[in-house]
Design a binder for this molecule. Structure first.
Ligand SMILES: [Zn+2]
Length: 622
């Protein structure tokens, strides 16, 4: 009997562990009817949410996000962060510029429920259920709501009668195997949301042009956009004006209806001044995607080709990762103060670029790319910013290298040339990483957004993971790399992958342990540094290489003649010192990482000169 109980205990324990670790995902479907008051800058709406509990847990409450409250006073997490990060605009703004959400009256299955604002974060609410929500059961949650739209300080806002309606409606927080993820709105630090369907009806004055998540349902609105496109065509021929004033709002109103499937957010942008351009992306699977660009006179001369950039980006990402599953993609030029551009499912907002067409292409492509890394592969951006920004930046770079001869010219012109001098050839991402890493000020990419310094948000969340992925691609080969990423897409689309899930797919598909990549580059700020100590000549060249760093990363060795790479061979990483063989050839120099595809911290100890007076070659020192 003793043994029997012992076994039963383990059986139950295993059952519990299993249920705790098994992947599940809640489903949240929304019906929203909302009207815009463009005199008061207010939204008035009603929301109906169907919440399906697919978890093994019984829920007695739900956490909700009420993100417009981030702009309610100067003590919110957003207000404090913006001030600390050197953006005092909201902190010193007058009360009329603030925003909030009010008139909430939550009901569950038609019955009033108790709810309260979080003590610390007034943009988080806890809704207490009158009856527990059992596994596999649904509830219907309803509430009216009113949003006072703030002046745009971050993402949600208005700039006069130009509206950026984002992070705007009451929204359940994610509940996953690690529990609830209720998170306050932040400027630096993104989001995590449940998948579902959206059915949204927007009522506003009839002369507004609207870009939104989802597919447009009204024929009359499609005709309205068609007329706008024809007018835009004429302006492309005859020239845009520089008038940025708002025409009066029509006394007539219209209701526009959108439906979106398998997305985790809904955003819309409304502006009476928008010009409209439309193109189409034809995918390899035969699907056609409508691509829309909406823009004002501000940067019309570079925006006139924007629908082509969207089409190109949709096709590029579809070909390399997995097909774009939605019927349309839109980019709008509108107000934004959280970075230069921002992604939402099927829609992207780009602020005034202040650059050329190439810069706009880069911005649009990056944000369109987030439909894959955020939209479809919906990782927790707040906790693991590298999973969306880093992986997406890798593809953005690949796109720019594919379509442009000087892919980084737009960035280099702006930031680096003044710093290094004209004609500098260093990759700006490498430069930024080295700049932080050599002073040991870099942080692991796997760091919570709130714990990343503002320079490291760029270096650790975007640049270092993008560089690491490029290195992995070079090491395993593009075909193997692409296949692994396609498997990641197939296995985790419309889900919430975590770093361990991504690692499992990549290691399995590539068929190698990738400790150096994950534990070394992504989960730590350990450094990679090999030193080429000496070369002796036999039947082959025998290289003595010492690992001076903390990561046993693979590395490429190249034979170089007349400054050009003649032959390259990759070696698996090791600790300590080893002698490796490299094929003999007509070389003037042997280099580790000659084309700078690794994150080797000290390129100056990577070279050995085979001819000439000096045995070693010293390249440009940083
Ligand atoms: Zn991004």
């Amino acid at each position: 009997m003793k043994n029997y109980f012992f076994l039963l205990f383990f059986f139950l324990l295993k059952l519990q562990l299993f249920s705790q670790n098994e992947y599940f995902q809640q489903e949240v479907n929304y019906k929203i009817e909302v009207s815009l008051n463009d005199q008061q800058h207010e939204l008035n709406g009603n929301i109906t949410i169907e919440y399906k509990n697919n978890s093994p847990e019984t829920l007695s409450f739900l956490y909700f996000h009420l993100w417009p409250n981030a702009y309610k006073d100067k003590k919110t997490a957003y207000a404090k962060q913006a001030f600390q990060m050197g953006d005092p605009n909201f902190y010193f703004s007058t009360p009329d510029a603030a925003g909030n959400i009010s008139q909430l009256d939550f009901k569950v299955n038609g019955q009033k429920v108790n709810w309260e604002l979080d003590k610390l974060d007034i943009d988080i609410a806890k809704i207490f259920l009158n009856q527990n929500l059992n596994p596999n059961d649904n509830i219907i949650i309803t509430t009216p709501f009113k949003v006072k739209i703030p002046q745009n300080f971050s993402r949600l806002g208005h700039d006069g009668q130009s509206y950026q309606i984002t992070q705007w409606y009451p929204k359940p927080a994610v509940f996953d195997k690690d529990g609830w993820h209720q998170i306050p709105y932040l400027d630096s630090g993104e989001f995590y949301s449940e998948f579902g369907n959206f059915d949204v009806k927007i009522t506003l004055p009839a002369n507004y042009v609207v870009g939104a998540t989802g597919s447009l349902q009204n024929e009359s609105e499609k005709k309205f956009l068609q007329k706008k496109m024809e007018a835009t065509q004429l302006l492309i021929q005859n020239g845009f004006s520089d008038d940025m004033s708002f025409p009066p709002s029509s006394s007539q109103s219209k209701t526009i209806h959108y439906i979106a499937h398998q997305v985790h957010d809904f955003a819309w942008f409304a502006d009476k001044r928008f010009h409209v351009q439309k193109a189409e992306a034809l995918l390899a699977n035969g699907n056609k995607v409508d691509t829309w660009a909406m823009f004002t006179n501000l940067d019309a001369d570079i925006w006139k080709d924007a629908s082509q950039y969207i089409s190109k980006a949709i096709k590029f990402y579809s070909d390399h990762i997995g097909p774009y599953p939605y019927p349309q993609a839109t980019a709008v030029e509108s107000a934004l103060f959280a970075g230069g551009a921002m992604e939402y499912p099927m829609i992207t907002v780009v602020a005034a670029v202040g650059g050329d067409a190439q810069t706009l292409d880069r911005y649009i492509t990056h944000e369109i790319g987030h439909n894959w890394f955020y939209g479809i592969l919906a990782s927790n951006e707040r906790d693991h910013p590298w999973m969306d920004e880093g992986i997406n930046s890798y593809y953005e770079n690949r796109y720019m290298h594919h379509f442009y001869e000087s892919p980084d010219e737009d960035v280099l012109d702006k930031y680096i040339t003044g710093f290094l001098g004209a004609g500098a050839k260093l990759d700006y991402r490498q430069l930024a990483y080295q700049y932080q890493a050599r002073r040991n000020l870099d942080q692991a990419p796997e760091t919570h957004s709130m714990d990343l310094s503002s320079i490291n948000y760029g270096v650790s969340a975007y640049m270092k993971p993008a560089l690491s992925l490029k290195m992995l691609e070079e090491y395993v080969g593009q075909k193997t790399f692409d296949k692994a990423m396609q498997q990641y897409f197939q296995q985790w689309k419309y889900k919430h992958p975590q770093p361990a899930d991504y690692r499992a797919v990549m290691e399995k598909s590539i068929g190698k342990k990738l400790d150096w990549f994950f534990d070394g580059f992504l989960f730590s700020n350990k450094k990679m540094d090999y030193k080429l100590k000496k070369i002796s000549q036999g039947n082959e060249l025998l290289l003595t290489v010492a690992n001076k760093g903390e990561i046993n990363a693979p590395f490429p060795v190249s034979g170089i003649l007349d400054g050009k790479i003649v032959d390259t061979k990759w070696y698996d990483g090791f600790a300590g010192e080893q002698t490796i063989a490299f094929p003999k050839g007509n070389y003037e120099r042997i280099s580790i990482d000659a084309s700078q595809v690794t994150l080797d911290l000290h390129p100056q100890n990577n070279n050995y000169k085979l001819r000439g007076a000096l045995p070693k070659f010293e390249p440009l020192k940083l």
